[in-house]
Design a protein around this ligand. Structure first.
Ligand code: NI
Length: 219
């Protein structure tokens, strides 16, 4: 399941991130890639330190407040957030993300938060491969995409301008993607039922079932 989260960041938070990232040191992205991903990773990222800590907390807070993200990811930990910059000619070739990250957390879901306008750069699409297709994503500034860490994916070369993103990983309470999708769909029905008819007997039963499925599946 791939979920786009429009306007994850408010315009104020987005502007704060953009201003902060305009005036900081970036380092070679190969420093945080596994040995084979290093072969295809050509970008820059914000160096570790206080600024990265602060911006990480900003992105974590925005995700934690977002109901769509919460329903889709059921996050146990939002971790390993990186701020990446791609100048002209930079790309990140086809790879799969590491299953276990340096943080000691598992990657069940990956996300990209787009930090500048798609009109600001050419190329630079995030391309996610399916079994028999591939789909390019290039979202509005402040929007995010959440996708399974199990996929092969890449970032196509930037042909003009600069691509600025935050990327990170989720360890979910619900490891199985099929179970996560059932909970996501039921949550959508629950909200729709409530909007139509309020807190009915049916709403209460559905709420009970979602809670009890989560008790069975959460780890
Ligand atoms: Ni990746």
């Amino acid at each position: 399941m791939i979920v786009c989260i429009p306007s994850l960041l408010t315009p104020e938070v987005l502007a704060h991130l953009q201003q902060t990232l305009a005036d900081v040191e970036f380092v070679d992205g190969k420093l945080t890639a596994g040995w084979h991903a290093k072969l295809v990773k050509a970008n820059q990222q914000l160096a570790a330190g206080g600024t990265r800590e602060h911006l990480t907390q900003t992105v974590q807070a925005a995700l934690s407040r977002n109901p769509l993200f919460q329903a889709a990811a059921r996050p146990r930990a939002i971790h390993s957030i990186l701020f990446s910059r791609y100048e002209v000619g930079m790309s990140y070739g086809r790879h799969v993300d590491n299953a276990l990250m340096a943080s000691g957390r598992r990657s069940d879901l990956s996300f990209t938060v787009f930090l500048n306008d798609p009109a600001d750069y050419g190329g630079g699409e995030l391309v996610i491969e399916g079994a028999d297709s591939e789909t390019p994503y290039k979202l509005a500034a402040g929007s995010a995409i959440l996708y399974p860490s199990t996929t092969l994916h890449r970032v196509d070369p930037v042909t003009e301008g600069t691509r600025l993103v935050a990327v990170g990983w989720i360890q979910s309470f619900v490891r199985d993607p099929g179970q996560r999708e059932i909970l996501f769909d039921l949550e959508a029905v629950k909200r729709s039922l409530f909007a139509q008819s309020g807190k009915t007997d049916e709403f209460d039963l559905l709420t009970k079932s979602i809670a009890n499925l989560l008790r069975r599946w959460a780890e």
